[in-house]
Design a protein around this ligand. Structure first.
Ligand SMILES: [Cu+2]
Length: 327
């Protein structure tokens, strides 16, 4: 590149982007919770149809990663209600370092393992090896994860991408217990500001986990076909305003039954250059797609696998009309 264009490019990048990466700290505790897959107690999609065998019992003891505002672990960090069973969203920009202070408030040995980020063996949080592989009941550990170039959006990705994190002491059991969350990494120079690593080219983002939780050793009534831990429309709060640029981070986990096809009514998405309204997911899939929410209404959002529709893997989302004077 010639010197002049390079100089112009430098001025085009916001000043914070030119600085070295930040250290972003998060405080996360694993805690036992009583989870309710259908807090309304009802089938909110087809009220007359009821909850079927999945409604005979909707409350189960689970575990949850809960974000706190600081190291006193007193005040839970605010979290939108639609996140449901997902732990806190850990955010950063390429070049940043995440310091995640993990506290195990359960009676089980657990860990935190991040997909995608750069870590050494002590910070893999897996394989029962390294200092971070086994965090016993009541213990704490600070994980250090680097968001290097290889953890950031690739050339054909949107300006932010999603990664999973989960407990990996006993991965199959820990994931089914609910110890799951998401990380969102924004491309360097694309954040909203030094204190807000969310991307500046989208107005809103949602993350949804498609997963069948097995609560009763495979018995049908305990196979909870959930989106963010909710069934039959009980996932609430997915709301955008007409005209907004909405990014959907889609993840899935589980086993052979967890092949999911996320489908939006009312809008289409752009999935890495492909226009569609259905995105395919397999266990541990992580996909970020973009939508212009320009069609006001309340629309279905569901898994399109037949058996999963029957079992309640569906909800609604809303595009509210833009206020007068906007757009
Ligand atoms: Cu499905």
């Amino acid at each position: 590149m010639k010197a002049l264009p390079a100089l112009l490019l430098l001025f085009a990048i916001p000043s914070w982007a030119a600085s070295a990466g930040q250290v972003r700290e998060y405080w996360v505790a694993a805690e036992p919770v009583e989870w309710n897959y259908a807090p309304s107690g009802r089938n909110l999609i087809h009220p007359g149809a009821g909850l079927g065998p999945w409604g005979e019992r909707v409350r189960y003891p689970k575990y949850h990663f809960i974000g706190y505002t600081d190291g006193s672990y007193q005040t839970p960090a605010p979290q939108p209600r639609w996140r449901g069973i997902l732990g806190p969203e850990l955010r950063g920009e390429v070049g940043d370092t995440l310091k995640v202070h993990f506290r195990n408030r359960t009676e089980l040995p657990l860990s935190m393992h991040p997909h995608g980020l750069h870590y050494d063996e002590d910070n893999d949080g897996a394989d029962r090896r390294g200092a971070g592989g086994v965090i016993g009941p009541g213990e704490a550990y600070t994980y250090t994860w680097q968001i290097d170039e290889a953890a950031g959006p690739g050339p054909t990705d949107p300006s932010s991408i999603v990664w999973l994190y989960h407990s990996h002491f006993d991965p199959v059991a820990d994931i089914n217990r609910g110890l799951i969350g998401t990380i969102v990494v924004t491309r360097k120079g694309m954040t909203r500001g030094p204190d807000d690593p969310r991307p500046r080219d989208v107005d809103r983002s949602f993350s949804t986990l498609f997963m069948v939780f097995d609560e009763e050793d495979g018995a049908e009534g305990g196979l909870m076909h959930a989106m963010n831990g909710y069934i039959f429309g009980n996932l609430q709060g997915l709301e955008a305003v007409a005209g907004e640029r909405v990014r959907w981070h889609l993840v899935a986990l589980g086993s052979e039954v967890d092949l999911h096809t996320a489908h939006w009514h009312g809008e289409t998405v752009l999935d890495h250059g492909r226009r569609t309204d259905v995105v395919e997911l397999l266990p541990a899939s992580m996909v970020s797609v973009d939508m212009i929410a320009d069609n006001p209404g309340t629309w279905l959002y569901h898994c399109h696998v037949g058996d999963h529709i029957t079992a309640g893997m569906k909800t609604r989302w809303t595009v509210t009309p833009a206020p007068a004077g906007r757009r």
